[in-house]
Design a protein around this ligand. Structure first.
Ligand SMILES: [Zn+2]
Length: 262
């Protein structure tokens, strides 16, 4: 989930991929609302009838690209492919109001995800939408990779923001990352370390937009630190150990030498 409003400049390559999509029909009923449907090799896009087919095509192409890119980033290889009945689903509401009314997403969010059902919920024409989709698909792929292991919210969101910033063509933070971070530190508006380690989804939903934005940028900063300090391969090894041990703290201790984990 993200609080920011964040487009893929579709290349010739995207155009080639979209040839593999086809309209499967219409009137798919989801909680009383009827959607048109476009099918891709690993995704099904259900879109409100007011949303253009070309926009739905763009989303499906984007999803196909991220499906490969996100998996390769930290070698998040899973046992099951997203094919046939196991495809991920992207639901696109008519607009922000319909999004809030139709889906169980936080009102402040641009999209949200049901990890286990591989469903992404959003609405059209948002700036930097490729960062949003990369973020939500990372949540699903990461969940599939580690299974039901509990990880802190800062880590879950930090990994999603790290991958969105590295895989999407547009950026949410971009060069503003350090500027924003320096400002919240200078203004004493940062979230204390002890607090961010323990905050959960309910805790985030109860806060205002400013706190939510600061939470995401600090979570990104913490994951970015681990990747930079211990290397890309070191971070991928940690994720492997996390899946293997099922214990977040134990995996940290065995992967990140010298790190003092609270
Ligand atoms: Zn998220």
């Amino acid at each position: 989930m993200k609080s920011f409003a964040m487009a893929l400049t579709c290349s010739f390559f995207c155009g080639v991929i979209s040839l593999s999509a086809f309209a499967y029909g219409s009137d798919y009923n989801y909680k009383g609302v009827k959607y048109d449907e476009l099918r891709f090799p690993h995704f099904i896009v259900y879109y409100d009838k007011s949303v253009s087919e070309s926009y739905a095509n763009k989303l499906g192409d984007m999803g196909e690209r991220f499906y490969m890119d996100i998996t390769e980033e930290f070698n998040l290889v899973r046992n099951e492919f997203w094919t046939w009945d196991n495809r991920a689903k992207i639901f696109v509401a008519k607009d922000k109001d319909a999004f809030k009314a139709s889906f169980s997403c936080p009102a402040w969010s641009a999209a949200c995800v049901d990890y286990a059902r591989k469903e992404v919920f959003t609405y059209p024409d948002q700036a930097n939408f490729d960062t949003i989709l990369a973020h939500e698909l990372t949540h699903i792929i990461f969940y599939e990779y580690i299974g039901n292991i509990t990880v802190p919210l800062w880590f879950n969101e930090g990994v999603a923001v790290y991958i969105q910033e590295n895989k999407a063509d547009t950026k949410w933070f971009g060069n503003n990352f350090f500027v924003y971070l320096q400002r919240v530190i200078k203004d004493n508006q940062y979230i204390p370390f002890e607090e961010i380690l323990g905050i959960n989804a309910a805790g985030i939903d109860a806060k205002g937009n400013s706190y939510v934005n600061t939470f995401y940028i600090q979570a990104y900063s913490m994951v970015n630190f681990l990747v930079k300090k211990y290397g890309h391969d070191g971070f991928a090894y940690f994720l492997y150990k996390l899946r293997d041990s099922g214990d977040f703290k134990a995996a940290m201790m065995s992967s990140f030498e010298g790190l003092d984990t609270p």
